[in-house]
Design a protein around this ligand. Structure first.
Ligand code: ADP
Ligand code: MG
Length: 339
């Protein structure tokens, strides 16, 4: 008798889940991205203890039709792509069909959802990957997903979680990125009962930034608005008090999603070099529009790393856009009042 055996579906699920949902912030990212993909204009995120005990993401998006409820929790099942060609121009944040299945595999989920076409909503319970209950209920159009006891059935993973405070801070950073990536969506973020952010969703980058950093910091932000080498670059850059202690607030949104690429940081920092103290870093939220065929966002499975076909072109365009924004000699002595 051989000793090699196929893994059980249940075990496959748990292993895969560990890759998709490393920690609460990763699960929350997936849930919010689903809300955005569903066309939500308002998203509420509420967590307890860094998301370890409770996560709730509520949206006013499309909702899920009754006929799709079971499929939504299946691995590799998605409504977002269907043909190989779709991979070349992905317009949604998700497309792998893994998130809900993965989160469900390692937690207790209660989902309520209703589509505009339906008079009643559904309340679905899923424990450790199995749907245990489906009931009709009254609820508004949209979807609310409540995740309790993340990793309850994966003790090893649970043991690796940092303290609730550190998990909450990772969630905080994530919300900042998503909130800034979509100024047109109203985000409300509540942690342990305290409202941390509530953005108006008025479509203005400046108000989204003000929600996150406060109006005082906005006084030190300069508007960026330029184009070149096939890129459109908009947003804000700031060097309040001559810079921040780390790069966390150098944020770049490529075609609407937060992305990392060293070229972008280098271009920004080179442009700001004379204005930032040594060892300090500027703050920015730069929104870059670039043709889909000029970028490859599939470099890394967590979808945050981007590669550019024309790195030099991107570097030069960002450098010159930021330099132009900073051009006025005393850019930072004349605060721009917010209205
Ligand atoms: P993916 O986002 O890659 O398609 P997910 O596992 O995250 O995979 O979600 C599976 C499917 O469930 C989605 O394709 C979508 O049809 C549906 N879905 C999940 N969350 C929501 C939501 N908040 N609103 C509407 N539909 C949703
Ligand atoms: Mg998804």
């Amino acid at each position: 008798m051989g000793k090699i055996r196929p893994l059980s579906e249940n075990l496959i699920g748990k292993i895969a889940a560990g890759e998709v949902v490393e920690r609460p912030a990763a699960a929350i990212k997936e849930l919010i991205e689903n809300s955005l993909d569903a066309g939500a204009t308002a998203v509420t995120v509420e967590i307890q203890e860094g998301g370890l005990t409770s996560i709730r993401v509520a949206d006013n998006g499309s909702g899920i039709d009754e006929s799709d409820i079971r499929m939504a929790f299946e691995r590799h099942a998605t409504s977002k792509i269907s043909r190989e060609q779709d991979l070349d121009a992905i317009a949604t944040l998700g497309f792998r069909g893994e998130a809900l299945a993965s989160i469900a595999a390692v937690s207790r989920i209660t989902m309520t959802t209703r589509t505009a076409a339906s008079d009643t909503g559904l309340k679905v319970k899923n424990e450790g990957g199995r749907i245990t209950d489906i009931q009709e209920i009254a609820c508004p159009v949209g979807t609310t997903i409540q995740v309790n006891d993340l990793f309850f059935n994966v003790p090893v993973r649970k043991g690796f979680m940092k303290k609730a405070g550190q998990e909450a801070s990772a969630v905080h950073d994530l919300i900042v990125q998503l909130l800034l990536s979509r100024p047109d969506v109203s985000f409300r973020y509540i942690s342990n009962g305290k409202t941390e952010f509530h953005s108006p969703g008025d479509g203005q980058t400046a108000t989204a930034l003000q929600t996150v950093y406060g109006s005082y910091a906005m006084k030190f932000m300069k508007e960026v608005n330029d184009h070149g080498n096939g890129l459109i670059i908009k947003g804000y850059v700031g060097i309040g008090e001559n810079g921040r202690g780390n790069r966390n607030q150098e944020m770049f949104f490529i075609n609407g999603r937060v992305m990392h690429n060293k070229i972008l940081n280098e271009a920004l920092e080179t442009a700001c070099r004379e204005r930032v103290m040594i060892g300090k870093f500027p703050v920015c939220a730069l929104y870059i529009t670039i043709p889909y065929e000029a970028v490859d966002v599939n470099v890394h499975p967590n979808k945050l790393e981007v590669r550019f076909r024309d790195e030099t072109g991107v570097y030069e365009a960002v450098l010159s856009a930021v330099l132009m924004a900073l051009k006025e000699k005393d850019a930072f002595q004349h605060p721009v009042e917010m209205t």
